[in-house]
Design a protein around this ligand. Structure first.
Ligand code: BTN
Length: 320
């Protein structure tokens, strides 16, 4: 009901719609309309009400609610179903539940904030309310389980493209999945998979983008290593526009990946990479490797040259 009222108000533009008109059109009482208008105001919509004229929408907040996201979607698969939370522990956890209940390929879970945001290697990820894009996509690709890391690379490319489209900011990708700007982290991606020997049940791609986080919003221990689009551009960036572009590019790349047309995606990843051709240190559990990052292979593993030998690194933390 709320989204129907919102759509009518949006369509009316600068014109007022009377409570009576809304009630008749939507077949509910005027009191019900008034209650929904109040709820919309509580969630940040600026709705003017003038006696005898009715209601008029003055401003919409930059919310990532299912209605707002659906209204701007330019995709067929990604976002075909949307679950929205104003707060949750982790959209990856919620997406797992949703996947186990049978969510379709491309369903997404969005939250305005996460109180238990998960990073790679059991780390936490800072996700303050309304300041970033915190979402997880459920994919059910026809890949072998060992090909799943490709989805992480694909997601990093999609986000890099989207950021460039919306803000003009050129970012770099640090293997395997951090999107950085001038050495500071802007985006984190956490991929989780449920699979059998020969078959993927589902892949959850969790993406966290620091959009409008100011330096003082950040906990002190990460203030110097993390940045945001608003800090880079000195402007507020529309989360809705950016999410729309991320979903668009993710879908384009996912369609290519489903056709097993992965080579162009890997090449694009290589062009965004800030890891390749660098002397690096990789920490994988207790194992520390020093060497030169030469390339990634077809499965997305990092190929590191150590004393003339190539070592294949499947997971870890890279520092340059
Ligand atoms: C990392 O950089 O270590 C990965 C961070 C991934 C964060 C995103 S935010 C949406 C999704 N839900 C989570 O709990 N984590 C991912």
């Amino acid at each position: 009901m709320r989204s129907k009222i919102l759509n009518l108000l949006k369509q009316a533009g600068d014109n007022f719609l009377s409570g009576e008109y809304l009630a008749e059109t939507l077949n509910v009482s005027r009191t019900a309309i008034w209650k929904h208008i109040k709820a919309l105001r509580d969630s940040g919509y600026d709705i003017e009400s003038v006696p005898r004229n009715g209601y008029r929408l003055l401003n919409s907040p930059d919310l990532l609610s299912a209605e707002e996201v659906k209204n701007t979607l330019s995709t067929k698969i990604l976002g075909s179903e949307i679950k929205y939370f104003t707060t949750t522990d982790s959209t990856n956890n919620q997406a797992k539940k949703f996947a186990m209940q049978g969510a379709p390929d491309g369903a997404i879970v969005i939250s305005e904030e996460q109180c238990g945001g998960k990073g790679r290697l059991s780390r936490s990820f800072f996700c303050p309310k309304y300041k970033g894009i915190w979402f997880s996509a459920i994919l059910r690709p026809d890949f072998l389980p060992q090909e799943a890391p490709k989805c992480t690379l694909m997601a990093a490319v999609a986000v890099a493209r989207a950021i460039e489209d919306v803000t003009g900011v050129k970012v770099g990708i640090k293997w395997p999945n951090d999107v950085l700007y001038e050495g500071k982290k802007l985006v984190g991606i956490l991929t989780e998979i449920s699979a059998e020997m020969e078959r993927i049940n589902y892949i959850i791609i969790g993406i966290g983008i620091d959009v409008n986080i100011e330096k003082e919003d950040l906990p002190e221990d990460i203030r110097d290593i993390v940045t945001s689009l608003s800090q880079i551009t000195k402007k507020q960036v529309s989360r809705l526009k950016l999410l729309n572009k991320v979903l668009y590019h993710l879908e384009q790349l996912y369609i290519m990946a489903q056709r097993h047309d992965f080579a162009p995606i890997l090449d694009e990843w290589r062009r965004y990479s800030i890891t390749l051709n660098q002397d690096i240190k990789v920490i994988s559990g207790k194992d520390i490797t020093y060497g030169r990052a030469m390339d990634i292979d077809d499965d997305g593993a990092l190929l590191v040259e150590i004393n003339g030998q190539i070592k294949r690194v499947l997971a870890g933390d890279v520092s340059i």
